[in-house]
Design a protein around this ligand. Structure first.
Ligand SMILES: Nc1ncnc2c1ncn2[C@@H]1O[C@H](COP(=O)(O)OP(=O)(O)OP(=O)(O)O)[C@@H](O)[C@H]1O
Length: 606
């Protein structure tokens, strides 16, 4: 029959071609066109496909075996009945019983029977009316936790799903939701069970768990958008007795960026730590919960209360300066030659003069008056999480202020100086202010901004200094105006400050990027600082001592522990050359690639 059809089509086509040929010989234009059309290869291909389809339709393929998996079970039970099966029979048994072959045979049966719909169990005849809303859920555990917490209604004793952890097993199934009432778990009625007993059933169940639940009618399916927060405190769920499920909790440290995926519960949020590798979110205290814990901790710390949160546990005075041991009287007696190496290749490196450096090293150094309320510990009490957003500086905006911090003698000045020398047209330090009289050869605005003591004090009253202090009867300071001036010129402004001054510089205008310069172990310091010299209040260019190395490492560790939530980057000053290159690259990244900043800095003004 097929052959007949095929022949018929070909016959029609050939006769059309013959007719057209005949018309062409009679010089008929339209016929020529038709001839071209009919002898086109695409038309022939089309007709061939059509013929194949007609042929296929007429010979519908039938499965050789409609129920292959049934046959395989028959064979397997026959083999089982054989007293001593041969090696071939045993091999056949193991082949047929393997899950892959069984799945393959079952798929072939489904195709053979064109049975593509799931088979649902029949509804029981005696189903009560109120069971209409019942949902039966089967989850395959696969050694993972369920990813849900439960709560009991104290009045009715009913147990509900309290929360479903984002990315967990229950969440991925899309079948369990907060507020669902648990009726049965693995055939065990839930009514009358203690939550602990239910948890035990869930822990003990292997493979699959079968839930019968009454879904919460008021369930909202609205998905929440993530919010990003920087942690300003440390948190450890295993030490927090108030967490609903310590295993579901997520520990974090100050400075970590958290993606908060669910804030629907006023007490416990769900979050992931970035950079994110875990699919499953963890429970963290909400901002208000954490604030009250911090307050509690604040009151209880004398009694060694909470240990789950550690805002700041190091002593207030974190700088362990050997030179702080000197008295003011001693300092007054020491006189130094001001001329030092702040001019290189005709470049004036403002802010590196010895008087300024020595002021920075003395205990007279004061932070800007206006920031007394911004002490890190009080800040953490009011803002345990800081909402952040990714920010990339638009090319037309000023560069971000680069702040270097580090323990005394770690090499902050050396790195800053090298960076500016390396590229003075890109990097610059702010010119410090001083009330010291100008000397021969000096120019105001180059070594210092020379101002009267009255003007300096007026500037102090107007909060114009990031830091200021007195050294040998003269005032020295770094002003915000000097920083602005560098930034306005399109340069990158590099400053070094005490860590407690960072807070006052954290403004939308400056968008500071803070780099912590970290010290290595005393062993490494001993090796790398062999030729290094330090200035102290008593000596110039003194070699480092063993005591210096130990103190430096300790001071660096304490500073990092206390202020790490304020650092955007940590750079280890090991090999000087390497550290300098790394610093360059960190700064370029800060200026040209997206970074996390407080959202308030990125919002446009009303
Ligand atoms: N990585 C390093 N390898 C070797 N020597 C270094 C390194 N970093 C800094 N130094 C040297 O250590 C000494 C102290 O460095 P620097 O003056 O920069 O310290 P500082 O952190 O600014 O401390 P201070 O505020 O006390 O001056 C300098 O002689 C410097 O050249």
């Amino acid at each position: 029959m097929t052959q007949v059809m095929e022949d018929a089509v070909c016959e029609v086509l050939s006769s059309v071609v013959d007719d057209v040929n005949h018309a062409v010989s009679r010089n008929i234009g339209g016929a020529e066109l038709l001839h071209e059309l009919l002898s086109a290869p695409w038309l022939r291909a089309l007709l061939q496909i059509y013929e194949c389809l007609v042929q296929f339709e007429m010979s519908t393929p039938t499965p050789i075996l409609p129920y292959a998996s049934g046959l395989s079970h028959e064979i397997m039970s026959a083999i089982q009945k054989v007293h001593r099966p041969s090696a071939e029979a045993r091999e056949l048994y193991s082949l047929l019983s393997s899950p892959h072959i069984q799945a393959l045979l079952s798929s072939q049966d489904s195709v053979a029977q064109s049975d593509y719909d799931p088979v649902l169990p029949p509804l029981p005849d005696d189903m009560p009316e109120d069971e209409e809303a019942m949902r039966v859920i089967c989850l395959v555990k696969n050694n993972q936790p369920l990813g849900a917490t439960i709560r009991r209604d104290e009045e009715t004793g009913e147990i509900f799903i309290a929360r479903v952890i984002h990315g967990g097993l229950a969440d991925r199934s899309g079948l369990l939701h907060p507020g669902d009432l648990l009726v049965e778990v693995n055939g065990n009625p839930v009514v009358g069970l203690e939550p602990e007993q239910l948890i035990q059933i869930l822990i003990n169940s292997q493979g699959t768990i079968l839930f019968k639940v009454i879904p919460d009618a008021g369930q909202s399916s609205g998905s929440q958008t993530s919010v990003f927060m920087k942690a300003m405190v440390d948190y450890c769920p295993l030490q927090d007795s108030s967490i609903p499920c310590p295993d579901a909790g997520m520990a974090f440290s100050r400075g970590d960026v958290l993606e908060v995926v669910d804030q629907s519960d006023g007490h416990w949020w769900q979050a992931r730590k970035l950079p994110c590798s875990a699919a499953c979110a963890g429970l963290i205290p909400s901002a208000s919960m954490l604030k009250s814990k911090l307050k509690e901790h604040w009151w209880c710390q004398q009694l060694q209360g909470h240990t789950c949160i550690r805002p700041y546990s190091v002593p207030e005075d974190d700088r362990t300066h050997a030179e702080d041991k000197h008295t003011v009287a001693e300092l007054e007696e020491i006189h130094f030659d001001e001329a030092d190496s702040d001019i290189t290749d005709g470049i004036y490196l403002a802010g590196f003069r010895r008087s300024f450096r020595l002021w920075q090293r003395t205990s007279f150094r004061k932070r800007r008056q206006s920031c007394t309320s911004c002490l890190p510990s009080s800040g953490a009490l009011s803002t345990p999480y800081e909402e952040v957003a990714l920010y990339q500086r638009p090319p037309q905006e000023n560069h971000r202020l680069i702040i270097l911090v580090g323990a005394a003698k770690v090499g902050v000045n050396e790195l800053r100086k090298r960076l500016i020398k390396l590229n003075p047209s890109t990097f610059q330090g702010p010119v410090p202010h001083t009330s010291r009289p100008i000397r021969a050869g000096e120019q105001t605005g180059r070594e210092y901004n020379f101002v009267t003591k009255e003007l300096f004090e007026y500037m102090v009253c107007n909060h114009r200094f990031v830091e200021y202090g007195e050294y040998k009867g003269h005032l020295y300071g770094t002003s915000t105006d000097a920083i602005d001036e560098v930034l306005k010129r399109g340069r990158m402004c590099i400053i070094d400050v005490e860590p407690h001054s960072i807070q006052s510089l954290r403004t939308k205008k400056l968008k500071p990027y803070v780099i912590f310069i970290k010290a290595l172990s005393p062993d490494r310091l001993r090796q790398t600082r062999r030729d290094a010299r330090t200035i102290t209040n008593c000596t110039v260019n003194r070699a480092f001592t063993e005591e210096d190395f130990v103190e430096l490492e300790e001071a660096s560790r304490l500073m990092e522990a206390k202020y790490k939530q304020l650092f955007d980057s940590v750079l280890v000053n090991d090999d000087l050359q390497d550290a300098c290159m790394q610093l360059c690259s960190v700064i370029q990244t800060a200026q040209h690639e997206p970074q996390w900043i407080p959202v308030s800095w990125s919002q446009t003004d009303e």
